[in-house]
Design a protein around this ligand. Structure first.
Ligand SMILES: [Zn+2]
Length: 274
């Protein structure tokens, strides 16, 4: 089909085709992944803006296979708001993400409606099923669900397909797009230590294909690269305030894209001082 808004990169691995669907910058350049198995589609995340999620659904429908289910990997709006267009298919998230969504939804909807107006949902639509860690099978393809705590969000779901050495990492990693580092824990602590620790556990893996939540598909080298970014960013956050932080981060990582991600991190990190 002709795409007006999204860009799609198709990657064939064995009996599976991954369609990495990317929103434009006003949708935070977020990726939703469509895993096409021989007879089914598995959608991972749903985008932020209504226009993008609607086109994601139209693209999935154009593939001519039933959507088996959609996974929402975490509670950040750029990954779940678009569930609005997938209400007719089974949706899954970690139990912890369900709890986080109950708490976060009104804040997230208010924040994004102030930026995007009617371009985003006006009331929360929650996933309907929980997914636990461990292996499962869809259409003869083996997947594993992994729970990652205290990283880019308080809880992240990552999925892998061992038979094709593929990790659907989503926001565990970003590829050359500024990482969102504005998630605080319940005590107001920053994300850095937990996120780096999580990445360290993935560093020795040999995934041939890693699908990030933002940025183009990559490989296992992204773990070390994100660790280096977060280490440097932790120093910059400690030594900065507000917009000063954004300028310094831009200078420190000239080859990373999407300044608006830094603005959003600054909003959450430095809000009390502004
Ligand atoms: Zn994201």
């Amino acid at each position: 089909m002709n795409l007006n808004l999204l860009t799609v990169q198709k990657i064939q691995r064995g009996a599976v085709v991954i369609h990495c669907c990317t929103s434009p910058d006003n949708g935070e350049r977020v990726n939703a992944q469509i895993v096409e198995t021989p007879n089914r589609l598995v959608v991972v995340d749903a985008m932020l803006l209504r226009a993008h999620a609607k086109e994601l659904r139209a693209y999935a429908d154009s593939l001519g296979k039933p959507i088996d289910r959609i996974f929402i990997t975490h509670a950040h709006p750029d990954h779940w708001f678009g569930i609005e267009f997938f209400q007719d298919v089974p949706s899954y998230a970690l139990a912890e993400t369900m709890g986080e969504l109950q708490f976060m939804a009104p804040i997230a909807i208010g924040f994004h409606r102030s930026n995007h107006g009617d371009g985003v949902i006006d009331k929360a639509i929650f996933p309907t099923n929980t997914i636990a860690e461990g292996p499962f099978e869809i259409d003869g393809i083996g997947f594993r669900a992994m729970k990652i705590t205290s990283a880019e969000d308080l809880f992240l779901l990552a999925l892998d397909i061992p038979s094709i050495q593929t990790l659907l990492a989503q926001d565990l990693v970003y590829n050359k797009v500024h990482l969102f580092v504005g998630q605080l824990d319940q005590k107001g602590g920053t994300c850095f230590d937990g996120w780096i620790a999580a990445l360290e556990t993935f560093k020795q893996t040999n995934y041939a294909l890693v699908l990030p939540g933002h940025g183009v598909p990559t490989d296992a080298s992204v773990f070390a690269e994100n660790i280096a970014y977060l280490n440097r960013m932790r120093e910059l956050v400690a030594a900065s305030s507000g917009q000063n932080f954004v300028e310094r981060a831009m200078a420190a990582f000239p080859d990373y894209e999407l300044r608006s991600m830094l603005d959003m991190s600054a909003f959450f990190l430095f809000k009390p001082q502004q």
